[in-house]
Design a protein around this ligand. Structure first.
Ligand SMILES: [Ca+2]
Length: 587
């Protein structure tokens, strides 16, 4: 049953659905009075079913109790049957979990996040928001791909690993440490069947013909390699299995590509095998080995199809088993190459990027429709989010000319420490558990997924897992937690610069954007801008006025907290853990 907990708006920022619906009607946010898509609270129905079962069992036992001829053994047998019947209903309380991760989708690219400023139609995402909870202050742990994906799966900030800045390439060795708990390994260990379909971008070990040459290729892949046949990127035995990929980190099944859609090799991998070996060279930004039939334009539809096919198999299996499923679906859109399918070209009326965003919205719609058709939508927690903000590669100047602001009210873009780099859309739907049309303004982070999963399966995370993960399940259920396990959230930019957010305060350890945005840090240093920036996010969401000089004690408090978070290897209570390298906060 939904728990509409009493709340103080400014304390917690979780609004009951009714108030939000009224507000939406008042200001047009998410833009619809239409409640035809609202779904019945499944958990409430389940509870009623439980109650009926219990009532029937109790009546039966009472009847039996009055029948003196009934043997003790027979009563015990009936009690056992009743217990098994109730227990068999138990696992259904564990939902299927579907996490859809868009690639480089900005905060303002989903229309319900940018009333008046979003010019790209996103009807399916807006509808998802209306059916669940919309977070307005959700952050990726980094403003670029790889570190966010590490954080999402492990509940730990990636800057604690060897990756001090930037991202991995398509040939990089694995970033997730062997034996580290992931969302997938945790859920698999608690009876879930698990799959990842999509862009991995967390590295794995390719089987190389010549390891020394291969290592050279890894080092030079982003600039030196020209993708020539027999060049270093061809130094792979494509027939042999890859190692330490998704199926080594808790996923029963994998279908996808090794990194971004503009990073070779351009091949699909199923589980640990290349589906179709490269025989030619293709180029989307970077040149490299490609399977003859691999085309960038096909990838989003292919992932959507594969994901739905896998879920259909699991839903069919659920008719005879109680195994819930977990699907992690990291899409490659709307990241470069911007390749909307023919039926979406020109559809947005904004730009090819707008068309690709619309295709992403439609792909999410297909997944949601499939859940409905399979009859499992009511038992499925769906989370939709993005791995970082909109990229400058989206041709932002054209978008702005069309009146579309991809970061909505926020400053900056992908790569930056400013909010546009890492504050992202985050929608969650779980009928009967999450109030339809609700909104939460608490600061959350994609690293929280591991603790949510642990809470769902009622597992206690060991001190060595999810060091930066906070269980936000109570927030999803509209409850007010007494306190948050993670009292502050750390942001990290492509250049490896840090920022910390605590309550309304945000302190950036960079004179500029920390990323590609102007002024960059070298430009800011030339302009003699201060080394730190302090903003009050409640008063200045656009990060327009640096008030560090006027608030030295707040700067010091945040600096000191960030030092602790770095040094102790964790931002949640627990035994201190080690980082993989020495970390410099202020550069
Ligand atoms: Ca990305």
């Amino acid at each position: 049953m939904l728990r509409a907990a009493p709340y103080a708006r400014h304390d917690i920022g979780v609004r009951p659905a009714r108030e939000l619906a009224q507000r939406q009607r008042a200001d047009g946010l998410c833009g619809s009075d239409d409640t035809s898509h609202r779904v019945a609270p499944a958990a409430a129905q389940r509870k009623m079913i439980h109650a009926e079962n219990f009532h029937t069992t109790t009546s039966l036992l009472m009847t039996i109790g009055t029948t003196r001829s009934m043997s003790v053994a027979a009563m015990a047998a009936i009690l056992l049957i009743a217990t098994v019947a109730l227990a068999a209903d138990g696992p259904k309380a564990r939902p299927n979990i579907v996490v859809i991760l868009a690639d480089d989708l900005g905060y303002g690219d989903v229309q319900c996040y940018a009333p008046g400023k979003g010019k790209i139609a996103t009807p399916r995402l807006d509808r998802l928001a209306g059916e669940g909870m919309r977070f307005t202050d959700a952050h990726t742990p980094s403003s670029v791909c790889t570190p966010t994906r590490y954080g999402l799966l492990t509940g730990r900030y990636a800057w604690r690993t060897r990756l001090a800045s930037g991202v991995l390439g398509g040939y990089s060795p694995p970033l997730i440490e062997a034996g580290r708990t992931t969302v997938a390994s945790l859920l698999k260990g608690h009876g879930y069947v698990t799959a990842c379909v999509g862009k991995w971008h967390l590295g794995w070990n390719w089987p190389a013909w010549d390891r020394a040459k291969f290592d050279d290729a890894i080092q030079g892949q982003n600039d030196a390699d020209k993708g020539e046949k027999k060049g270093p990127l061809w130094n792979v035995d494509w027939a042999k299995p890859i190692k330490n990929g998704p199926t080594s980190h808790g996923f029963d099944y994998y279908f996808g590509i090794s990194a971004s859609l503009d990073m070779p090799p351009y091949v699909y991998v199923e589980n640990d095998r290349v589906v179709s070996p490269p025989t030619t060279t293709k180029k989307w930004l970077r040149a490299g080995p490609a399977a003859a039939d691999f085309e960038a334009v096909d990838v989003v539809p292919r992932f959507t199809r594969e994901a739905i096919g896998w879920m259909e198999k699991q839903a069919a299996a659920q008719k005879t088993s109680s195994k819930p499923f977990f699907l992690y679906l990291p899409l490659t859109s709307p990241h470069t190459p911007i390749v909307p399918a023919a039926e979406f070209q020109g559809k947005s009326g904004v730009s090819p990027y707008g068309d690709f965003v619309q295709q992403t919205d439609a792909a999410v719609g297909q997944v949601l429709d499939a859940l409905e058709k399979m009859g499992v939508a009511k038992e499925t927690l769906v989370i939709f989010t993005s791995d970082n903000g909109c990229s400058p590669a989206a041709d932002v100047a054209t978008l702005r000319r069309q009146g579309h602001e991809p970061s909505g009210p926020l400053r900056g873009l992908k790569s930056d420490l400013w909010e546009g780099g890492h504050r992202v859309p985050f929608l969650a739907r779980w009928p009967g558990q999450i109030a339809a049309g609700s909104e939460c303004r608490e600061t959350i982070c994609l690293t929280d997924l591991l603790a949510i999963a642990a809470a769902i399966v009622e597992a206690k995370l060991p001190d060595t897992a999810g060091e930066d993960s906070d269980n936000i399940l109570p927030l999803l259920r509209g409850e007010k937690p007494a306190s948050r396990r993670r009292d502050a959230t750390v942001h990290h930019s492509i250049q490896g610069r840090f920022a910390i957010r605590q309550g309304e305060w945000k302190l950036l350890f960079a004179p500029g954007s920390g990323g590609w945005g102007a002024p960059t840090d070298p430009q800011a240093a030339k302009q003699k801008l201060p080394d730190v920036q302090l903003y009050n996010m409640a008063a200045d969401l656009a990060e327009s006025k640096n008030i560090a000089a006027e608030n030295p004690e707040i700067v010091e408090r945040l600096r000191s907290r960030l030092k602790e978070i770095v040094a102790s290897g964790r931002s949640t209570p627990g035994e201190p853990q080690k980082n993989a390298r020495a970390i410099t906060l202020e550069k």
